[in-house]
Design a binder for this molecule. Structure first.
Ligand code: ZN
Length: 255
């Protein structure tokens, strides 16, 4: 099932997608819910980020080729960092380039959506804690990331975490092609089978540090080919079996 959130008058509500139609979800997508008939044309809906994470956990250098392209060693344990919930951007939303940076880059990433609270999750139990999977782009101000050493500023600007358009509950993360195009030009293409740490290993490791809550996101790292974004670009991030995430890029208007 594909779970969305959309705007209905002034309220946000959960829904589900069947082909090019959507229907409402009554209840809690993490618990008991009922699906209404899918009769609303998807194209006419204003989509919101499909979940509301309390935190966004990211994994750095989880593909050998990407670690090498930035001149880094492959980590021995997962390298974790956080993006703030304020960085979330809806599918179709515009990535805003802030004035403090001259080098904003795309990072296409398979993303896990947590469905059930957990700490010290055993590798064999990881599946029970996953609601589904989605597409995210870990937008990064590379110059600030390098200058600061700490990654909070470079990774944390508003709009730097576009994700969606939905959460797919039936998805196998073992071997899916991840691609990123800018203005139709292919920039990134890799397979999740080349991830250094698997989803199973990552969730066990992360939950040994922090409690994972329903709606939390885990961005699993990016394949090689990261590159610059500039004003006016059209970014398409896609994952085989999950569809595609589209975002525009604009410069920030500072008042
Ligand atoms: Zn990343």
């Amino acid at each position: 099932m594909r779970i969305i959130r959309y705007q209905e008058q002034s309220a946000a509500r959960y829904g589900w997608v069947l082909d090019d139609k959507a229907g409402p979800i009554e209840g809690d997508p993490y618990g008991a819910f009922q699906r209404g008939e899918a009769t609303i044309p998807l194209a006419g809906l204003t989509l919101l980020p499909p979940v509301t994470p309390s935190k966004i956990v990211c994994v750095g250098r989880n593909y050998v080729a990407h670690a090498k392209e930035l001149g880094n060693e492959v980590p021995e344990v997962p390298m974790l960092f956080l993006k703030p919930p304020s960085s979330v951007l809806a599918p179709g939303g515009t990535i805003v380039l802030p004035p403090q940076t001259q080098q904003v880059e795309h990072e296409a990433e398979l993303t896990v959506v947590i469905g059930k609270r957990g700490r010290w999750i055993e590798p064999d139990d990881v599946k029970d804690h996953i609601l589904g999977y989605t597409i995210a782009n870990d937008i990064t101000a590379r110059d600030l990331q390098k200058r600061d050493g700490q990654w909070t500023r470079g990774k944390g600007f508003d709009t730097f975490c576009p994700f969606g358009p939905w959460v797919e509950t039936e998805f196998d993360p073992a071997d899916a092609v991840v691609t990123c195009t800018v203005n139709g030009e292919l920039r990134q293409m890799g397979s999740t089978r080349d991830m250094i740490f698997s989803v199973r290993q990552l969730l066990a490791y992360i939950s040994s540090v922090m409690t994972l809550e329903p709606g939390d996101l885990v961005l699993t790292g990016t394949p090689a080919g990261v590159g610059p974004l500039k004003e006016g670009d059209e970014l398409v991030t896609s994952i085989e079996g999950l569809g595609e995430l589209r975002n525009a890029v604009a410069a920030e208007q500072v008042h």
